[in-house]
Design a protein around this ligand. Sequence first.
Ligand code: AMP
Ligand code: GLY
Length: 428
Amino acid sequence: MKVLVVGSGGREHALAWKIAQSEIVDEVFCVPGNPGMDEIGPCFDVDPMDLHKMQELVLQVVPDLIVIGPEAPLAVGLSDALRARGFDVFGPSEKAAQLESSKGFSKDIMKRFDIPTAAYGRFTDLTEALDFLETMDAPYVIKADGLAAGKGVVICDTLEQAEDEVEAMMTGKFGDASAEVVIEEFMEGEEASIFVLTDGEGAIYLPPAQDHKRVGDGDVGLNTGGMGSYAPAPVVTTRVMELVQTLIVEPLLSGMADEDMPYQGVLYVGIMVTASGPKVVEFNARFGDPECQVLMAGLPGDIVPALLTCATGGLVHGHREISDMMGVNRFQPSACVVMATKGYPESYAKGSIIENVSAANGIDDVTVFHAGTDKDSDGKLIAVGGRVLGVTATGKDLRAAVDSAYAGVEAIDWPEGFYRKDIGWRAL
Ligand code: AMP
Ligand code: GLY
């Protein structure tokens, strides 16, 4: 069969890499892809946000399965547009993807289905928002309602800072995305990422993962898209996983199906493991990046039957067999170290040359996933983004996986890059 992977980040490179290993897959196409994905199969230079061009492309390629990686095309209805053309698509509808694209929508759903999360209010009126703030205790959690490229959440220590932040957001800090704000109670605990593959009814739970959001060692400094990840994450015990399943995922999936917006694709449940059990920090409509890299690397089996069944239905009856095919129970501990351009997540230069990626790929159990890379006019690999490479490795235990990932990082020659040196520290 032919599979089309939509996206161009490390997450999508990992998906394309894993899908290409499937015995039932003949060819993998990517749109728009990146230099790493280009080595797997043909890449098409089409913007996934352009629904018209994307429909033209799929009518030309005729893939048997389309896998959508990023949230932005899901939020504008790419999966609906391609399904309407008769294609099998792994990825939620525009309506269901609001779980990520609107924080207010997501909080209201959690309230309706009694899913544990932080207490909150949603506001479009500044005075009401400021009045609500006064009823809350520090620290204050302020969120833009819409997609803000991972920057839309601000945690303030004082009421004064919180008031300033609410005002900035509601007067256009993130444009339309922050015309509405959500103000939340602060949850104390350790965060983890849970990924559930679903056709809207059945579900397969992947091993829990954790990412490192802060730019600096010891989890300090500015928030980023994620500087590294590992799985499994021991903070998510069997008991926590059971609670996630019964208190969060099952009520969510059945509730969404009842409300005529069944969720299908991968559901990302960001949880806080608190003293009183797991609570939802956020839902996302996609795999995490770089969590996807460690999940794809660590799964020893074939992921394509799972993706296909999520797209077409039938997971309730087939989930055990499909989960065995993927090798969920044989998952290998895995770690990913992100190499980013110096200056990220603030401003950074583009165009620096990266060498010796193939030497890293030559190390046992190491795979380098590309994100913000490109080729210059001489065909040399260059950095064009903030997060650039995801050096990923498996091992007999997490220590071995982390050591191999860092051996991969050491092999790469890129003076303009930097990385965190403590990936996996909470588990080691
Ligand atoms: P979000 O985009 O909603 O995941 O928020 C980004 C980050 O802000 C999360 O990964 C948490 O570290 C933090 N955060 C968000 N909401 C809360 C909350 N209610 N309590 C504590 N931390 C939070
Ligand atoms: N690594 C966090 C995310 O993908 O949102």
